[in-house]
Design a protein around this ligand. Structure first.
Ligand code: 5CA
Length: 444
């Protein structure tokens, strides 16, 4: 893609309305545009990143046997009246009337709708477990939308739902999602730690938030530092192995604000391991048994002929919020340099030829290089403008492709100036460059 033809409306300066760095960068580099309070359009650069994140989330859901569906954004109030949440949800729910005067709503979450889908089709324990998920826009009329897409009103969420025959089986499902979340965030190059959390309007008695550390985060966290050393490498998708994984995390005190107790913290965590800090909630999982299946009549036949209500959990990931969370973790605000993890980078590589009106040989070279890159599935953005070198670099540093090739006027022969953001420039040939980038892509 040539920069001159791209739709990447870069601003010269940081927009003053943005208080945190993810919001600043996203507006600065034209990833999003606000359309009204807490509601955004996603422009090509932001959309590309979000779609890549979505795909990783999807792949990791599929790996644990979850099946993808797509439920609508607009729901009928009827099912929410059945569950008893229509009134409880309060003003965060956007309520709409259709032309027949029917009460509809823009879904803030989908426990009711998915229970309705389940109850109409699944009748026997033999079809369990069922793990269903979708990736869809949600709307919550947040009282104070802020920080761009971090806390907005319309946001993109992956929400999954599990249906099981017993508490024991349901916890197995819960733990599958627990593992899948750790793997998902790792592929996004984020260290997310699970924390015991409150269940709020979703309900239930078991819940974990997945939090990444960030000074600008809205969640207060209290944790034992040793939790950062837990790994999941040898965990298998089996009951015992998954139970052990949760135990490995849960041996360390790690809770959000609502669950915090100073005395307990001091008793369980030695002073040198205590960490009080802030973070961003990127995922949240819940176990709530028959909270929805009971009032809504979601039951199945058991082996002996009796019936019972299915045991359910729900599992959310803030797909659009993750775009901001990655920026919070990776953007060097002081030097104005972003480095996207290769797994979600909008472009793998920035090609920066030095061009002036009389000499376009560097651009021709860039075009030749791009033919080879394309053959190797490496996506590049080429700065084909005749701006000066420093403004070209500045722009590419904001766009954040993790690698750069610089083609100077005098650069001839095989060797190219190649740079991985944050590292020294090297002079190597194109074959070596392709090898380095491909290796990184495979790893992710
Ligand atoms: N039904 C459950 C699980 S699917 C649920 O809705 N959980 S949630 O409320 O915790 O939301 C899941 C994730 O969506 C959160 O962890 C967060 O990453 C994201 N999210 C929630 N509210 C917002 C918001 N206003 N703006 C951006 N992302 C949000």
């Amino acid at each position: 893609m040539y920069i001159s033809k791209s739709f990447i409306p870069i601003l010269k300066n940081n927009p003053s309305e943005a208080k945190i760095k993810s919001h600043q960068l996203m507006l600065r580099v034209g990833m999003i545009k606000q359309s009204s309070a807490g509601i955004y359009s996603w422009l090509p650069l932001g959309f590309k990143v979000m779609k890549k994140i979505e795909n990783i989330v999807r792949e990791e859901q599929n790996k644990i046997g979850a099946q993808e569906i797509l439920m609508p954004t607009i729901q009928s109030s009827e099912i929410w009246k059945e569950s008893g949440r229509y009134e409880d949800y309060g003003e965060e729910m956007l309520r709409i009337k259709d032309r027949q005067n029917r009460e509809m709503l823009y879904g803030p979450t989908n426990e009711e709708l998915v229970t309705d889908i389940f109850r109409s089709s699944i009748k026997s324990y033999k079809s369990l477990p069922q793990l269903l998920y979708h990736i869809q826009w949600k709307f919550r009329d947040e009282i104070r939308p802020r920080f761009g897409i971090m806390r907005c009103r319309e946001f993109y969420m992956k929400d999954a739902y599990s249906f099981d025959i017993s508490d024991d089986e349901a916890l197995f499902s819960y733990n599958k999602f627990f593992l899948s979340y750790l793997k998902t965030f790792k592929r996004l190059d984020l260290t997310a730690i699970p924390m015991a959390a409150d269940t709020g309007p979703i309900g239930g008695n078991l819940s974990h938030e997945f939090i990444i550390l960030a000074e600008t985060g809205e969640s207060k966290i209290f944790t034992d530092k040793r939790i950062f050393d837990v790994d999941n490498e040898d965990t298998k998708l089996e009951k015992k192995s998954l139970e052990n994984l949760r135990k490995k995390y849960e041996q360390f005190y790690s809770v959000t604000d609502e669950k915090f107790n100073q005395e307990e913290f001091e008793k369980k965590v030695s002073e040198k391991n205590r960490l009080k800090t802030k973070g961003i909630e990127v995922g949240h999982i819940f176990y709530f048994g028959d909270k929805y299946s009971k009032p809504m009549g979601g039951s199945v036949d058991l082996p002996g002929g009796k019936k019972d209500f299915v045991k359910m959990g729900s599992y959310g990931i803030g797909v659009s919020r993750l775009v901001g969370a990655i920026i919070e973790a990776k953007y060097d605000e002081k030097n104005e340099v972003m480095k996207w993890p290769i797994s979600v980078a909008p472009y793998d590589l920035a090609v920066i030829p030095m061009i002036n009106k009389n000499d376009t040989s560097a651009l021709e070279k860039a075009n030749k290089i791009n033919i080879e890159l394309k053959k190797n599935n490496i996506e590049s953005i080429i700065d084909d403008t005749d701006e000066n070198f420093s403004s070209k670099i500045k722009k590419m540093n904001l766009i954040g492709a993790p690698f750069q090739i610089i083609i100077g006027k005098q650069s001839d022969g095989e060797l190219l100036e190649f740079k991985e953001i944050g590292k020294e420039t090297k002079k190597i040939n194109l074959t070596q460059i392709i090898k380095i980038i491909k290796e990184q892509k495979v790893k992710n």
